[in-house]
Ligand binder design. Structure first.
Ligand code: SF4
Length: 189
């Protein structure tokens, strides 16, 4: 029988050779995401940046270091979380993803969520939240709240890059991560 690790690895392999949109031509490396195949939580950002494109790994730049500190703060261990993005390839110059690119790429993320079956998906920032939960929500109003869609629990928060732009975001993001930690425990099977 195929294990979840094998299923997730197989998806990563397919993503690394994907050419379903034009970003497949300009990227250095696709960035499938990484973490536990049975993670309790999936952190989902917008798209890889320059460092991620270079290394083929998610959240390895400055914002990524902040994300990893937040994860440490709530005592999640390796294997208990998965980190990825909506788009698996870097838009040139970090421009906004185009609708056709998002349409082409989002089935990869949905397939990853279907394999991992996390207790919670945490969209990081407005872009990821809009794709996963629809355009009507405002991140400033729903961050740190529990939203259920089709049996999947979500808790959005700001993208950690917001802290780099303004330190005032740190307190609210830390508070949201602490709420996330409590929610993960509440949802213990
Ligand atoms: S961005 Fe997504 S759909 Fe486009 S080439 Fe990369 S993996 Fe494929």
């Amino acid at each position: 029988m195929t294990t979840t690790v094998e299923l997730l690895d197989a998806l990563s392999e397919q993503i690394r050779s994907c050419r379903l949109c034009k970003l497949g031509e300009s990227r250095t490396n696709a960035v499938p995401g990484e973490g536990g195949a049975q993670a309790k939580v999936m952190f989902i950002g917008e798209a890889p940046g320059a460092d991620e494109d270079e290394q083929g790994r998610p959240f390895v730049g400055r914002a990524g270091k902040l994300l990893r500190k937040l994860i440490e703060h709530i005592d999640l261990e390796d294997g208990e979380y998965f980190i990825g993005n909506i788009l698996k390839c870097r838009p040139p110059g970090n421009r906004d993803p185009e609708p056709l690119e998002v349409e082409a790429c989002k089935p990869w993320l949905f397939a990853q969520i279907a394999v991992v079956k996390p207790r919670v998906v945490m969209p990081l920032g407005r872009f990821a939240m809009t794709l996963l939960l629809g355009p009507k929500l405002q991140i400033g109003k729903v961050r740190g709240t529990v939203i259920e869609r089709d049996g999947q629990v979500f808790m959005p928060t700001y993208h950690p890059a917001a802290i780099l732009r303004s330190p005032r975001y740190q307190k609210v993001i830390v508070a949201d991560f602490e709420k996330l930690a409590r929610l993960i425990l509440e949802l213990e099977p």
